[in-house]
Design a protein around this ligand. Structure first.
Ligand code: ADP
Ligand code: MG
Length: 249
């Protein structure tokens, strides 16, 4: 085997199946996210993108198949699962910040509770992260006092505070007013440049073209295409992808 073939991907899914009752939402899904790469997941509504994300940190248990993070199978429960979740940061469409805590408290909460970091240190790191996402001056405010774009950047800082190995984004800009989309995409682009491994579900085709190392197209629970952004956008192979691009571009 060549050396490249032995490198462990950050996320590996192999033949993963998931049903909701009679509905088959993940059909033999196989994909890899190599360390340091940005993989963008595209696909119509209801194609299974959120379920895919949620299965990766076991917010949704799968029926069968293999999911490994950094070479280790997903633990089913307990301390090992908590550790795994700390390694896999997740950012959702709805920001899910704690409304009754300030922005900096939102960011330092999990490191203090889960990683047992001292509060002073967690606050220092939290302020650095808020600086990085450009909202250090909002640290003492409450979520409702911030714009949607600022709240989503706070949510990204909060996820980063756990020092994750990989970040999952599930339509992070879909709930934002149009003028706030770019500031969140800029933060994500910077993260990618810094070498973060990322799996990003998005409808932002500009981001997919510019930031993605690979594009995965899902339709009806299946991975239909797995290619470079250039190949996907200029010459999609399947009719399903052609239809999708025809509607969205
Ligand atoms: P996407 O994120 O691509 O829009 P989802 O992963 O949210 O797709 O959903 C895939 C399919 O699974 C859809 O048909 C959706 O209605 C269904 N689904 C999602 N979550 C649940 C659930 N908790 N219970 C039942 N059906 C669900
Ligand atoms: Mg979704």
């Amino acid at each position: 085997m060549t050396e490249a073939a032995t490198v462990v991907p950050m996320i590996r899914m192999h033949a993963v199946n998931k049903h909701f009752g009679p509905l088959h939402v993940l059909k033999d899904v196989t994909l890899e996210v190599p360390r340091g790469e940005v993989v963008v997941v595209l696909g119509p509504s209801g194609s299974g993108k959120s379920t895919l994300c949620r299965s990766i940190n076991r917010l949704e248990p799968i029926d069968n198949g293999v999911i490994e993070i950094d070479g280790r199978p997903l633990p089913a429960e307990g301390k090992d699962l908590a550790r795994l979740r700390a390694d896999v940061g997740m950012v959702f469409q709805s920001f899910n910040l704690f409304a009754h805590k300030t922005i900096v408290e939102n960011v330092l909460l999990a490191p203090v509770k889960v990683r047992r970091v001292a509060k002073d240190e967690a606050r220092r790191t939290g302020m650095e992260l808020l600086e990085r996402v450009g909202i250090a001056n909002q640290a003492e405010k409450y979520p409702a006092q911030l714009s949607g774009g600022q709240q989503q950047r706070a949510a990204i800082a909060r996820a980063l505070a756990m020092r994750p190995k990989v970040m999952l984004f599930d339509e992070p800009t879909s709930a934002l007013d149009p003028e706030m989309v770019q500031e969140v995409l800029d933060v994500m682009t910077n993260l990618a440049k810094e070498g973060m491994t990322m799996l990003v579900v998005t409808h932002e085709m500009g981001f997919a073209r510019r930031a993605a190392d690979r594009v995965i197209f899902m339709s009806d629970g299946e991975v239909v295409e797995d290619s470079t952004p250039d190949a996907f956008f200029t010459a999609p192979k399947s009719n399903r992808a052609k239809d999708f691009l025809g509607k969205i571009l």
